[in-house]
Design a protein around this ligand. Structure first.
Ligand code: NAP
Length: 236
């Protein structure tokens, strides 16, 4: 029997577009109380008709992630789920073009922000003795590809973060899961150095596929733990 998500409190970081946006909407559709965060406030506001609260924040700012957790707690009184769907990539991803500044930015957005968001929600989840954290990583963390060293290193780093949180917080009822999607037709694809052919994109996953997977994982009873899940386009 799936767990009801009604009235569960869900924070989605990276919710202004793509997978994060669809995940926020999917949880709201299940009756969850959702707080959606990202930098582009205008895009976040489009979520308000779904009953979703929005919070403009840069995930690379630890204080902003603390503020987000405080706002969710103040608004809803608890935090049951964190989804870290924040991510980016850069056209200059090849080692011949990558600069140290770009490396730092990539690790900051794709990995450090996940730690800051985790750190912000953990005290609340510990006190509740319950909580689920989903990190959107990538197929690139598993199968080497041309997504770039900074992207692959950061996405693999999410697995280390998830493992450590799980080991240290298991007795507090906190579970983590790394979600590794393959090619998905979202805005991040526009940052590729070479345009992805339309016939390839036609076979890609859609953001809502990832959203439905995260919601299905969250519906598993607290006794069940899925450490990692891969979701690839069937036709690629
Ligand atoms: N699309 C794919 O093929 C694919 C495949 C595997 C994994 N992924 C991963 O899936 C996740 C979701 O990406 P997507 O495909 O849905 O792309 P997307 O539409 O570009 O979404 C990225 C999200 O991250 C947010 N973000 C970026 N920098 C941020 C920052 N500093 N602070 C807060 N939020 C920030 C963006 O919001 P703002 O710009 O408004 O801040 C946006 O909401 C990413 O981690 C990506 O690496 C994507």
């Amino acid at each position: 029997m799936p767990v009801s998500l009604k009235d569960q409190v869900v924070i989605v970081v990276g919710a202004s577009s793509g997978m994060g946006r669809e995940t926020a909407i999917s949880f709201a559709r299940e009756g969850a109380k959702v707080m959606a965060a990202a930098r582009r406030e205008d895009r976040l506001r489009e979520l308000e008709p779904h009953g979703i609260r929005v919070y403009a924040a840069d995930a690379t700012d630890p204080a902003a992630m603390e503020g987000l957790a405080r706002a969710a707690l103040k608004e809803y009184g608890r935090i049951d789920v964190l989804v870290y769907a924040t991510g980016t990539n850069i056209p200059d991803r090849a080692l011949t073009r990558l600069t140290t500044e770009l490396w730092d930015m990539m690790v900051g957005v794709n990995l450090n922000g996940a730690y800051y968001a985790t750190r912000a929600v953990l005290p609340v989840m510990r006190e509740q003795k319950a909580g689920s954290i989903y990190y959107i990583s990538s197929k690139s963390a598993i199968i080497p590809d041309e997504s770039g060293a900074s992207y692959q290193a950061a996405k693999r780093g999410l697995a280390g973060l998830a493992q450590a949180v799980r080991v240290e917080e298991k007795d507090n009822g906190i579970r983590t899961c790394v979600v590794c999607p393959g090619l998905t037709d979202t805005e991040i694809i526009l940052k590729r150095p070479v345009r992805t052919p339309a016939e390839t994109l036609a076979k890609a996953l859609q953001a809502e596929d990832v959203a439905e997977l995260v919601v299905a994982l969250a519906k598993l009873p607290a006794r069940a733990w899925v450490p990692e899940v891969q979701l690839f386009p069937a036709g690629l």
